[in-house]
Design a protein around this ligand. Structure first.
Ligand code: HEC
Length: 152
């Protein structure tokens, strides 16, 4: 390349990459969600509670996963990361034995235990969607209301 061609090339490249990083950065900001933005439904958490009782509770009292003592280890990670650790390792004798959707429901249940709010939109089991949900506090033990007392 002749030097004037290099200059033309570079002057084209710099604004190009700037534009690219600006727009992708913006998209990330728009799409990025906090786990506090009501990212799962009450139905999912209820379903998760049932599954948890079946597959997990004999080894883990749910208290183990409540509050900053445990959840702070996940702050800044994505719902995807949390789900994958559980899916790949739990239950210990048969990891991955539940459906993806069921692991999502268990994760929703664990979030609700930490008073993370539910909402009207389901948490998808699609990895791309789960990678946009970032875990952050506050985490506090859910106060059981009369209504949800028997649901876990
Ligand atoms: C047979 C016993 C057993 C069963 C069943 C079991 N686990 Fe575990 N689990 C363990 C052990 C052992 C560890 C590692 C030590 C610990 O953290 O308690 C662990 C660790 C974990 C962790 C911590 C992972 C981390 O690095 O933060 C999570 C979350 C978890 N289990 C969730 C579950 C869920 C959800 C289920 C049900 C689908 C389940 N476990 C079923 C034994 C079990």
């Amino acid at each position: 390349m002749k030097s004037y061609q290099k200059i033309i090339f570079l002057f084209g490249l710099i604004p190009g990459t700037m534009w690219f990083s600006l727009t992708t950065g913006q998209n990330k900001k728009i799409l990025r969600k906090s786990v506090q933005d009501s990212v799962f439904t009450e139905t999912q958490a209820n379903q998760g509670s049932k599954l948890y009782r079946k597959a997990c509770v004999r080894c883990h009292h749910p208290r183990q996963f409540v509050g900053p003592a445990y959840m702070d280890s996940w702050t800044g990670a994505r719902a995807h990361d949390f789900l994958e650790v559980i899916r790949r390792t739990m239950p210990t004798e048969n990891p991955g034995s539940l459906k993806r959707e069921e692991y999502v429901e268990i994760v929703a249940f664990l979030f609700r235990l930490n008073s993370i709010p539910s909402g009207s939109r389901e948490m998808s089991s699609d990895p791309t969607a789960l990678k946009l949900i970032y875990i952050e506090g506050p985490y506090k033990r859910a106060q059981q209301s009369k209504k949800s007392k028997n649901k876990g």
